[in-house]
Design a protein around this ligand. Structure first.
Ligand SMILES: [Zn+2]
Length: 224
């Protein structure tokens, strides 16, 4: 297993030693090892939520984009380019925005922490927070609000994926493409489908409304 968390120099060296044995034997040693992506996953940069492992896929089986708090912004050329390449070139059939409960980026946004440059990025989460202010204000504790904002953020970012020109154009030309919103539980290791499952522009609006309504009806996490 890799162990790059502590003792930076020694651990990083250990990483370089292990990276070949861990991955190379499983995948890269196979003749004609190529990508076979049927999906693009947009997830958080948090090292506790490794893209492939939480869904049980090997290298080569899922295209991945990651950033702090799995945000999809319509001016982020990095994310947009990844989506465009995945849809137009790799012809993926699924785009999954996969957030996670306990997200530090979401908590920093909720608390309005001052952390530097990252504050500008987290403004996008605070926009989600403002949009759902009435929903969040009904929750009594910060724990409950944090938990709920993690889920609301996934729904909003999945909706943003569906509003990109790349995805809308794909739907217009009849390409098979479904946008999903999932969230991962660090405590239980379970993936939850938040009900965002849109295969057309019309479905996007309907499932967005349904997903938000379902969350609003959910029992707050602190009371469970
Ligand atoms: Zn996170």
């Amino acid at each position: 297993m890799w162990s790059c968390v502590v003792a930076p120099k020694a651990a990083l060296f250990q990483c370089t030693q292990n990276s070949r044995s861990a991955l190379w034997r499983v995948c890269f040693a196979k003749p004609r090892f190529r990508q076979k992506n049927s999906s693009l996953r947009i997830g958080c940069a948090d090292s506790r939520v490794p893209a492939n492992q939480i869904v049980g896929l090997l290298p080569g089986e899922m295209f991945v984009h990651r950033n702090v708090a799995n945000v999809v912004v319509h001016t982020d050329l990095n994310c947009l380019s990844t989506i465009q390449f995945a849809v137009d070139v790799l012809r993926v059939e699924h785009i999954i925005v996969c957030g996670h409960y306990g997200c530090g980026g979401v908590l920093a946004a909720l608390r309005d922490d001052k952390l530097g440059m990252i504050d500008n990025w987290l403004r996008h989460i605070q926009d989600v927070q403002s949009k759902h202010r009435a929903h969040l204000d009904r929750l009594a504790t910060e724990v409950a609000q944090h938990h709920r904002l993690c889920a609301l953020n996934v729904i909003e970012q999945a909706a943003n994926v569906g509003r990109t020109t790349v995805v809308r154009d794909a739907w217009v030309r009849g390409q098979t493409l479904t946008v999903h919103g999932w969230i991962y539980g660090l405590r239980d290791g379970l993936l939850q489908d938040l009900g965002m499952r849109a295969a057309s522009e019309a479905e996007l609006a309907a499932c967005y409304a349904a997903a938000c309504a379902a969350l609003a009806a959910e029992q707050p996490v602190a009371e469970r």
